[in-house]
Design a protein around this ligand. Structure first.
Ligand code: SF4
Length: 338
């Protein structure tokens, strides 16, 4: 999701470009004013991915977003007021085949639902709220719906999605909302989103961190890669280090990561601290390096390239990574249609 005011045209366009470059596959922008809705055509001009308008209560903003070419609308039909307003939005979305994403948030459940569940935010309450919004859309003969139910508690969102999955077939958008930042935010997101995806529940995801959108995208892609759902970019395999460590591993890993973070091609790079587990991991990676005494063993494509002096290690590793990518590109070009 972009984080700047959408009315700030230059800022939002820059964010959209940066998110796309980072590998974001769907971008949501805040549409809380008519001025924000007017920026949508410019965003669409530069965007290679679908753009979602985040609407809360104002149906006029949903209509403006649809008119300006948005790809998806995020709104809760129960929040926008009269039946006429709902049917106006539904009609506009239907005419242009625009899906609506319902977004239930544990922190803003309907008052009567909270009361019914003992004054608490609960998974049952989230499901009840989602079903209520779904019902409104279905009564308007609208079925192009995606459902999100977010909570800052990963267990609550897991429980809610598991329960809803047994009650409807709509696609689900997963996220742990207000997850925080840094280690806590990443782990809460990975536990909530990862658990459900591993069970086959969920169609799109959003990692919500108190951080830049780029960090959110990186985290989301890492969750997908860990589950084997995406492959692009570099997967780093590195040992945790221990008393057997035979070199300055952490600075080497950081420099290799910095020099290779732009790579989109799927590849594995192993950086290992000694010959206990080093050769095995290095051989199974595309490029591997294993510290050994005063030198290190360098591997490419599972084959040892021999010992390398430690002062030459970084440049040799980067050289081999470059060769690996060149070979892959050559192979792609040789393939029919490549
Ligand atoms: S590879 Fe070697 S240095 Fe690294 S954690 Fe394993 S035993 Fe320790």
């Amino acid at each position: 999701m972009t984080k700047c005011p959408t009315e700030d045209r230059q800022a939002v366009l820059s964010e959209v470009v940066a998110l796309q470059e980072a590998g974001c596959e769907i971008i949501r922008v805040t549409v809380n004013t008519l001025e924000a809705a007017e920026v949508i055509p410019d965003i669409k001009k530069i965007s290679r991915v679908p753009i979602v308008a985040d609407i809360h209560f104002d149906h006029k903003l949903a209509l403006a977003a649809v008119k300006n070419g948005i790809d998806k609308v995020r709104l809760n039909p129960g929040n926008i007021g009269s039946d006429e307003k709902i049917s106006e939005v539904v009609k506009a979305c239907k005419e242009r085949s625009i899906p609506i994403r319902i977004g239930v948030n544990a922190g803003s459940l309907e008052k009567d639902i909270i009361k019914k569940h003992g004054g608490l935010q609960t998974a049952e309450g989230m499901v009840e709220s989602a079903l209520r919004h779904i019902d409104i859309l279905e009564k308007n003969q609208f079925f192009d719906t995606i459902v999100a139910m977010k909570s800052s508690d990963p267990l609550m969102m897991i429980e809610a999605f598991r329960a809803l999955a047994s009650q409807c077939d709509y696609p689900f958008h997963l996220g742990v909302t207000e997850a925080g930042n840094s280690t806590q935010g990443l782990i809460k997101s990975a536990v909530g989103i990862g658990t459900l995806l591993a069970e086959g529940i969920g169609d799109t995801i959003r990692v919500s961190l108190t951080d830049t959108g780029i960090e959110e995208v990186r985290a989301g892609k890492e969750i997908l890669r860990s589950l084997g759902l995406r492959r692009e970019g570099v997967e780093y395999i590195s040992c945790p280090t221990c008393g057997r460590l035979e070199g300055d591993l952490i600075p080497l890993l950081n420099r290799v990561k910095q020099a290779t973070s732009h790579i989109k091609h799927p590849m594995k790079i192993a950086v290992m601290g000694c010959v206990v587990n080093g050769p095995g991991e290095s051989k199974s990676a595309d490029i591997g390096v294993c510290m050994s005494g005063n030198s290190a063993i360098l591997y490419s494509g599972g084959q040892s390239l021999g010992l390398v002096e430690k002062e030459d290690l970084e440049s040799r590793v980067l050289e081999e990574i470059g060769r690996f990518i060149d070979r892959k590109k050559d192979n792609q070009q040789k393939q029919p249609g490549g």
